[in-house]
Design a protein around this ligand. Structure first.
Ligand code: NAP
Length: 558
């Protein structure tokens, strides 16, 4: 899967004791390092990859780009940075975002405190400090293990960083190339003249399918659940528009942070429910958002994810669009979703549905024709004729666009032992529990950036990351100033928080489908809605908790 290079870790510094150990050098880890330094702490980042950028380091598949506008999907902690950086497109490509991450690393001299090609394999709370055991990336040889002592650990491991690669009978027999979108070979893949299958039609599949179709001899899309996708309407950024944002960047950021998803403050959610207006008004409002493109489509009405009837009306609009775009009626039928729109994360595309009008693209609906097994030459699925027979499809390459073990996957790969030998694996056996999405009872001085139980993946991630990093930096500074040594979530506060997250999620339609928000895409993963809807209320709660002397946390003195 992909090209996993076997690399030696970069040498760790001579002093193996730091105030703050940070796991991951994506946008979360980089900013945490910056803030920790600013607050006068020593810090070390451990990063599995060979460079900064996290998700943007790994997801190099064709068509990978962000579906949050570039002017929003960027740091705001340094006005110089946000003034000097020039985004070229409304939605930045993966290479451009990676260049930005690298620029930030250089500009703030971050690399000297980052150990690349280094995997954190365990964290152990011992004598009021964390023992951080690391090894060379992709290498579990015990003799290469290295231990660092840290007072605090911050997990910036990412919500969508642990690839979900489903297993199929005889999948080891396939002799062609296999690739996961989230671990794409750095040298790229040339599909010219090849017969390619893409399994999965979430955001990654939907972005890569049109580009792979342009290159491959033939592309077969294997779809289990059809997705709702909205056109991106990507474009070059006009210099006058960029200048107008930059002239008032702070206000632009402030407006965005006041929305539920911490994005799109310039395009507020409509004042009505979709079933409160007549059909002409409804279609006009939806058409306007459809023409504008992007994730804010769902904000045409204020009850898309709370009122099933409104949701159906909105979904009908998109279903009509699919039918009027895809020429083959049977293909259009298969591509048309019948579930709640927005229950799974909305996708944003460029020419996705149009791609199915190409002569070299075909679609297999895995609900009608499930995969039976792999062979040396391809994949055997149940026959389309409805009989009990099977049919083999031959491929030179198979792309797994099958997503991630979301939100908890990367954390659960680390063996984490807290106070009194409690394992995080056990504490989370029935699903993740924590306080504020930031801290777990039994695991002192350990913080999760955009952890489950926080708005995280329901928002512009950079805004949530920034919010958490600043909260954590303020918290550990407060501990230092008050001569406190440890902080840990109370069991009661944690229980109340878990209930609160469930209650808020329960008021929405999010639990009506098998999404990765619920962990439903990974076999045997406990089903629990992990993110918390609503950024502004959450941010207010975090501020109140800090102002009240870290209410709900137990702190101890030196
Ligand atoms: P995903 O949304 O989880 O989609 C995975 C796809 O693979 C789904 O269609 C899923 O079908 C299918 N699948 C999974 N297991 C399968 C199996 N055993 N057999 C057949 N099909 C299977 O993953 P993703 O597309 O990588 O996106 C994940 C998230 O990353 C997105 O929701 C988004 O938050 C983020 N992302 C963002 C961007 C962007 O900014 N533009 C781009 C890519 C990703 P089911 O639906 O039936 O499970």
């Amino acid at each position: 899967m992909g090209a996993a290079k076997h690399l030696a870790p970069d040498p760790a510094p001579t002093s193996m004791k730091v105030d703050v150990a940070i796991v991951g050098a994506g946008f979360a880890g980089m900013y945490m390092l910056y803030r920790a330094r600013q607050a006068g702490f020593t810090a070390r980042v451990f990063e599995r990859g060979g460079g900064v950028g996290g998700t943007w380091y790994w997801n190099r598949y064709p068509g990978a780009r962000c579906d949050v506008p570039s002017l929003e999907y960027s740091y705001q902690f340094s006005d110089e940075l946000q003034q000097e950086w020039e985004w070229s497109e409304k939605y930045a490509t993966q290479p451009e975002i990676l260049r930005y991450a690298e620029h930030v690393a250089d500009r703030f001299d971050l690399r000297r405190d980052i150990s690349f090609n280094t995997t954190v394999i365990s964290l152990q709370w011992h004598n009021d400090a964390w023992l951080v055991t690391t090894t060379a990336a992709n290498d579990a040889s015990p003799h290469r293990e290295h231990t660092t002592t840290a007072r605090f650990v911050v997990l910036g491991t990412g919500c969508l960083s642990s690839a979900n690669v489903p297993r199929f009978p005889d999948d080891h027999l396939f002799t062609g190339g296999t690739y996961h979108t989230g671990a794409w070979p750095h040298e790229g893949v040339d599909f010219s003249g090849r017969r390619v299958a893409v399994i999965g039609t979430g955001s990654s599949g939907i972005q890569s399918i049109p580009l792979i179709a342009e290159q491959a001899a033939h592309l077969t899309v294997m779809q289990r659940t059809p997705a709702y996708s909205i056109p991106a309407r990507n474009q070059q950024l006009a210099p006058e528009y960029v200048a107008s944002i930059k002239a008032n960047y702070a206000e632009f950021r402030r407006k965005n942070s006041l929305t539920r998803a911490a994005l799109g403050g310039d395009t507020p959610t409509g004042p009505h429910g979709a079933s409160e207006v007549n059909e002409v008004e409804r279609r006009a409002a939806l058409e306007e958002r459809w023409q504008k493109g992007g994730l804010l489509f769902l904000g045409a009405f204020n009850d898309a994810l709370t009122n099933p009837e409104s949701n159906r009306l909105i979904a009908d609009f998109v279903r009509d669009k699919i039918r009027s775009t895809v020429r083959n009626p049977d293909t259009a039928r298969k591509l048309t979703p019948d579930d709640i729109i927005g229950c799974k994360r909305l996708c944003v595309d460029t020419e996705y549905y149009e791609t199915f009008n190409r002569p070299n693209v075909s679609l297999i609906d895995l609900r009608e024709q499930p995969i039976e097994r792999f062979t040396a030459n391809g994949v055997v699925v149940r026959s389309a004729t409805g009989s009990r027979s099977s049919e083999e499809h031959e491929f030179d390459a198979i792309v797994f666009a099958t997503g991630f073990d979301a939100m908890t996957g990367a954390i659960s790969k680390i063996s984490i032992t807290g106070r009194n030998g409690t394992m995080l694996h056990d504490a989370w056996s029935a699903g993740p529990v924590n306080y504020l999405g930031l801290s777990v009872h039994g695991f002192p001085n350990l913080f999760t950036i955009t952890g489950p139980g926080s708005p995280s993946v329901l928002t512009n991630m950079i805004v949530s990351i920034q919010h958490h990093v600043e909260w954590i930096a303020d918290c550990i500074t407060w501990l230092k100033d008050h001569r406190m040594s440890t902080i840990e979530a109370d069991a009661d506060a944690q229980q109340r928080w878990v209930r609160h997250v469930n209650t808020v999620a329960g008021m929405t339609l999010y639990q009506s489908c098998s999404s990765w928000y619920l962990g439903a895409n990974v076999p045997a993963k406990p089903r629990i809605f992990m993110p918390l809807p609503g950024f502004p209320a959450y941010a207010q709660t975090c501020a109140d908790v800090a102002r009240d002397g870290y209410r709900g946390f137990a702190v101890s003195h030196h």
